[in-house]
Design a protein around this ligand. Structure first.
Ligand SMILES: Cc1cc2nc3c(=O)[nH]c(=O)nc-3n(C[C@H](O)[C@H](O)[C@H](O)COP(=O)(O)OP(=O)(O)OC[C@H]3O[C@@H](n4cnc5c(N)ncnc54)[C@H](O)[C@@H]3O)c2cc1C
Length: 253
């Protein structure tokens, strides 16, 4: 049986997490609890952060800061393209439990990708504030995703209001379905940023689209993969269409 720690404050969560060795963070639990139930994950220590006061959305000076424990339901009206991404994850039940931190740190799943908000945060050029070995760190979401979430406890993310944004996605017509693919685009500080989730284990930027605005060039940066939801072949054909729609939406706003 794992040691279960229920953090009652941010300070308790940070202290219990320490350098992250042998700790499994449980936020909304929509990914991690099925893994434990089916015996695929056997934590030595489980750190429950749902009562640690890590939720909340603050806005000041054109910048939004969102606590890692904020649920996707609470993000449904967030700045675009984050709000739309949150509204399209699964169903009310899941969105009421699932958190921003859990989405950002979602481990690659064999059956489906599950980090839709990563694409929105990449497009928004968000910064991730985390703690762990070596203390606190703030870095771009791109750097955070490239390093992988291991050994870090995410505390909050922040981003500036984009000048414009657009997003397009495909999901199955079923309440419990995962998003098959999502494209997010935003203009931040005059710069176009385009990111894709659902094509592989983590969301990635498409610099080729950013520099050319040619939707077909998305396949220069993204190599779609097969999974239980869709084939790589299908994703390769749909992805440029979604990029075009996201760019059209961005230009229309
Ligand atoms: C039926 C169903 C449909 C779904 N559909 C979608 C979908 O369409 N799109 C989508 O993106 N996802 C989907 N998901 C996946 C999931 O619900 C989301 O990714 C969710 O945001 C995960 O958040 P959580 O708080 O539940 O994470 P948890 O299960 O608590 O944790 C997920 C991972 O992140 C780690 N973690 C959690 N919080 C932190 C933190 N603050 N710091 C460091 N590590 C942390 C955990 O240790 C674990 O490894 C679906 C899930 C289900 C069950």
């Amino acid at each position: 049986m794992p040691e279960v720690i229920v953090a009652a404050s941010r300070a308790e969560a940070v202290e219990a997490f320490g350098d992250g060795a042998d700790v499994t963070v449980v936020a909304g639990g929509t990914i991690v609890m099925p893994e434990i139930t089916h015996g695929r994950l056997r934590p030595g220590r489980a750190l429950l952060i749902g009562r640690a006061g890590l939720a909340g959305i603050e806005r000041a000076g054109g910048r939004t800061t969102i606590g890692a424990g904020t649920t996707l339901a609470e993000l449904e009206d967030a700045a675009e393209p984050l709000g739309t991404c949150a509204r399209h994850v699964a169903d009310l039940e899941i969105r009421g439990q699932a958190t921003l931190g859990g989405n950002l740190c979602a481990p690659p799943g064999a059956e489906a990708p599950r980090g839709d908000l990563q694409a929105a945060l990449l497009a928004l050029d968000a910064r991730v504030h985390s703690t762990g070995a070596g203390g606190d760190r703030t870095e771009s979401v791109e750097e955070f995703l490239a390093a992988g979430p291991g050994g870090r406890l995410v505390l909050e993310v922040s981003f500036s209001d984009p000048e414009a944004a657009g997003t397009a996605g495909v999901r199955r017509p079923h309440a419990h379905a995962y998003t098959v693919l999502r494209v997010c685009a935003a203009r931040v500080g005059g710069e176009l940023r385009v990111a894709v989730s659902g094509a592989g284990p983590i969301a990635v930027r498409s610099r080729a689209v950013e520099s050319t605005q040619d939707p077909a060039r998305v396949l220069d940066d993204v190599t779609p993969q097969d999974d239980a939801l869709a084939s790589a072949w299908y994703r390769s054909r749909v992805l440029p269409v979604l990029v075009r729609r996201a760019l059209e939406e961005l230009e229309a706003r």
